[in-house]
Design a protein around this ligand. Sequence first.
Ligand SMILES: Nc1nc(=O)c2ncn([C@@H]3O[C@@H]4COP(=O)(O)O[C@H]5[C@@H](O)[C@H](n6cnc7c(N)ncnc76)O[C@@H]5COP(=O)(O)O[C@@H]3[C@@H]4O)c2[nH]1
Lengths: 186, 186
Amino acid sequence: NVAHGLAWSFYLGYLKLVLPRLEDSIAEFCASHPTSRDLWARGSRKLFILIPLNGKISHQLKDEDERLQFYDNLPNYEMNMAGIRGRVYKHSVYKVLDEDGRAHDCVVEFATPVLTLYKMSQERSAGFGESERRQQVLLFYKTLQDILEGSLECRNRYRLILLLDETEDDPHFLSKAILRHLNQQE
Amino acid sequence: NVAHGLAWSFYLGYLKLVLPRLEDSIAEFCASHPTSRDLWARGSRKLFILIPLNGKISHQLKDEDERLQFYDNLPNYEMNMAGIRGRVYKHSVYKVLDEDGRAHDCVVEFATPVLTLYKMSQERSAGFGESERRQQVLLFYKTLQDILEGSLECRNRYRLILLLDETEDDPHFLSKAILRHLNQQE
Ligand SMILES: Nc1nc(=O)c2ncn([C@@H]3O[C@@H]4COP(=O)(O)O[C@H]5[C@@H](O)[C@H](n6cnc7c(N)ncnc76)O[C@@H]5COP(=O)(O)O[C@@H]3[C@@H]4O)c2[nH]1
């Protein structure tokens, strides 16, 4: 089951490494941006992980919703990994605008393995069609949820956001989905 | 089948992106190291990908074999990926010493998905034991080989090195395995 392995890979090779350091990374970021008043006055210090059920992923969030404004990157995290000296892990900070135009600071990104599932469904020799892809994205989401709930290193440091595609023609679909999750925790 | 998905993920999310640029990256590296005489006089301009059958991966190659000497990193390749601005992809250049002490320049790294397989076999809830791991590493190798042989973007730009573990007690096991592959192409 492809999704099962990708969920474990995403946890063992990425989330387990980066989530424990996220809060310190945000603190370091705020310290190095002293002139930015109100930085993180609204928003979340958890990693918001977007999982689109239709498998479609943008490389820049503003292409999906103009109310998602790239602000800056968190400091790079470099570590020696499997023969690569100083492999770089980084996250991007976004200002998410609500309907009143107020900005909420968030660390957001798409779950990269969903992109693998999408690309696999486009490759004839991967043995994996479009109909199967949706099932696999859902299985990825459920497996990842279980893994993260059982993980001491990751507890309370993330939000999984499953994006259902009925309201895709709304140009602010994505920012609203993120704001809904922000409001749930505030 | 975990190994099948990880092989596709490694190809679609990494090798397909980085292998087409490898030769230009090496050329740029040589141009920025003009005082290094004989740079790449011996060695290979293909990416050497190490796949250890026993799943054991070091984060620094010198820890495996002192005849593998880290030289420098190739220039960083940055691209916007799934919401991360300027995600960094890089490779490390090694001097591989032969029995006569001559250095061969190579770009070498372990296949990180093998590390996922190893870690999964250590996690009780992943449903994946030590006995199964070896089979999965072999399946990863074969699947990756098939994918890469069918790939126009990657053709002739890599060497897959399956590391069998009978001679593991030889302190120069790894450099000799790499040199054997270097000699095959020269
Ligand atoms: N958002 C994000 N940022 C990262 O820095 C990152 N690094 C890994 N991942 C995702 O976590 C999981 C585990 O990663 P692993 O390194 O074992 O496999 C990786 C690894 O073997 C290889 N690869 C990808 N990027 C690099 C890289 N920069 N250097 C070396 N190898 C890499 O190709 C596989 C698939 O990569 P992605 O398809 O980008 O998604 C990975 C994967 O789902 C990341 N996801």
